[in-house]
Unconditional design. Structure first.
Length: 144
């Protein structure tokens, strides 16, 4: 929400976290933590001093939602199992019966968020993207 807010400002002037916090009803201290990570990841630039704040480091059409999630270290975990370890969530450390289903859902969410930019969200181009994807998939399947 904060990054889309920043992209919506579409201004060369830096935006303060207090302004974003007020508009988006997000805790200022939480935003400070997130923007520290976003700055380290190179997605935002900070401007110090009077009139300071934050700006996007790139145009909104060059920042994908998946980049933001990765930068703030928010995993999209859809299964209780530990990713990449082979250790399952059951008491005997085996994988649950639906593990593959939920793990694949996590991959699909990541793929979807990799196709959406901040500009897409700002411009309202997110709805019906799955319909378009499904239409393309159906066409591809029919061609096969």
């Amino acid at each position: 929400m904060a990054m889309v807010d920043l992209a919506n400002c579409n201004s060369q002037k830096p935006v303060t976290l207090a302004e974003i916090a007020e508009r988006q009803e997000i805790s200022l201290s939480y935003l400070e933590q997130l923007f520290s990570k976003l700055r380290r990841a190179g997605l935002v630039k900070s401007v110090r001093g009077p009139g300071g704040g934050y700006k996007l480091a790139f145009a909104a059409d060059n920042i994908r939602v998946s980049d933001v999630i990765r930068a703030v270290d928010e995993p999209l975990k859809t299964t209780r199992c530990d990713a990449g370890t082979g250790v399952g969530c059951m008491s005997n450390r085996s994988r649950c019966l639906t593990h593959d289903l939920w793990e694949e859902l996590g991959h699909q969410i990541h793929l979807f968020l990799s196709t959406i930019t901040l500009e897409d969200v700002c411009e309202g181009r997110v709805l019906d993207t799955s319909r378009l994807f499904n239409a393309e998939s159906a066409t591809d399947l029919a061609a096969q």
